[in-house]
Ligand binder design. Structure first.
Ligand SMILES: Nc1ncnc2c1ncn2[C@@H]1O[C@H](COP(=O)(O)OP(=O)(O)O)[C@@H](O)[C@H]1O
Ligand SMILES: [Mg+2]
Length: 365
């Protein structure tokens, strides 16, 4: 699949920007601060309803403006889909698909998948467990509606249980108001665990294959899913009961699928604790390639590849590895501050389907 047109109004530093993309490799180049990453952010927002740099929609709104609008035209085979995200300054948000407002993100997520490789994403290997959890939850949501459904119901119940815990802690309610959520929490939690286990094992297979295909020989990278504990209904219910006092004290639920951990092991050592910069970068590329393959395998759609600052962050050989993934039919949008690395990698921007877009840094009047 591909994105054909993109139109930004009052998004980040862009006043009004209209872009047309080819089906092959599209290079967006310009100085730092010209708004290259913002363009990838806009495409990401059209794909899954959120940015990768912020969870606050307000940050995306151009300073001093009242609303932003991002519109994209995606193409699958020959069919076009128009997606538009509107956001006002006072927090109202509307997403339209082919002109029709959607009722929830589940109508958007998974339809126009993208895979993003950006400096921000390095946190997946370096950051705390919540970053890896968010990575897998987002990926699994893209490839499985049942997972998305289970996760959103679980998350909703968890919020309600946590709110009840806070009320009990502040002596504004009794513990039965917490226990009232447990059945639903257990139900949804067990669903999340079982879906996650299944999807994770598929991911792990793709990762293993990706390591064989792309990493230097002898490199072993594995990702492990460490479930908190007690993933059957009775055990989970008991764990909730056992932790009730502590949970009241903390005002949050301390057991459940929202506490699962993913550990990445590079050559037998915990990457997060022992990995070198190069090992982190290589692992991120491998995770992203495995993500690409899982999405393709499960949805039948070739995602759009978004490569932010690829050449600034990866050496020649590693970026060549990433570029070697780009087969025919994979649309790629890559940002860079200059075109020299593009030539070094023998990418012909004049070739049919490829394009280059130069961004002028807006003057700050
Ligand atoms: N909400 C906003 N309103 C106006 N300008 C913004 C907003 N958010 C970010 N910017 C500015 O947009 C510019 C472009 O950022 P970015 O997309 O990261 O550029 P690049 O990737 O080309 O370096 C930055 O100078 C940043 O300060
Ligand atoms: Mg940037």
């Amino acid at each position: 699949m591909s994105i054909k047109e993109l139109d930004l109004i009052s998004f980040r530093n862009h006043n009004h920007l209209q872009l047309t993309f080819g089906k092959g490799i599209n290079v967006i180049w310009g100085e730092n601060g010209s708004g290259k990453t913002a363009i990838l952010e806009a495409i990401h927002t059209l794909s899954i309803g959120r940015s990768f740099r912020t969870s606050r929609f307000r940050d995306l709104l151009k300073d001093g403006k009242d609303f932003f609008r991002v519109t994209g035209v995606f193409v699958h085979d020959k069919e076009e889909q128009n997606v538009q995200v509107n956001q006002t300054k006072d927090g109202r948000r509307r997403i339209l698909v082919n002109g029709v407002p959607i009722s929830g993100l589940k109508e958007l997520i998974g339809k126009n998948p993208v895979v993003l490789l950006s400096p921000e994403e390095q946190e997946i290997t370096k950051g705390n467990p919540s970053v890896r959890r968010a990575f897998f939850d987002r990926l699994f949501s893209v490839v499985s509606q049942p997972f998305l459904q289970a996760l959103s119901e679980y998350t909703r119940t968890l919020k309600q249980r946590n709110a009840a815990l806070c009320l009990v802690r502040d002596n504004k309610a009794d513990v039965n108001s917490v226990k009232a959520w447990d059945d639903l929490l257990v139900d949804n939690g067990v669903k999340v665990w079982s879906q996650r286990e299944h999807l994770f094992s598929q991911f792990a297979d793709h990762l293993q294959q990706t390591v064989v295909d792309y990493a230097e020989s002898g490199v072993v990278v594995v990702c492990l899913h460490e479930k908190t504990q007690h993933t059957n209904p009775d055990q989970f219910r008991k764990a909730l009961a056992d932790n009730l006092n502590q949970d009241v004290y903390l005002g949050r639920t301390t057991v459940g699928p929202h506490r699962d951990n993913y550990k990445i092991v590079f050559q037998d050592r915990d990457l997060r604790l022992f990995g070198s910069q190069g090992e982190h970068k290589l692992t991120l590329v491998l995770l992203k390639l495995a993500e690409f393959r899982l999405i393709h395998k499960r949805t039948g759609i070739l995602p759009i590849l978004l490569l932010d600052d690829l050449f600034a962050k990866l050496d020649y050989r590693r970026s060549e590895n990433v570029l070697s993934l780009i087969e025919k039919d994979v649309q790629t949008i890559v940002t860079t501050t200059d075109l020299v690395p593009i030539e070094q990698h023998n990418i012909n921007l004049k070739q049919n389907g490829n394009s280059s877009i130069y961004l002028e840094r807006p003057c700050r009047a």
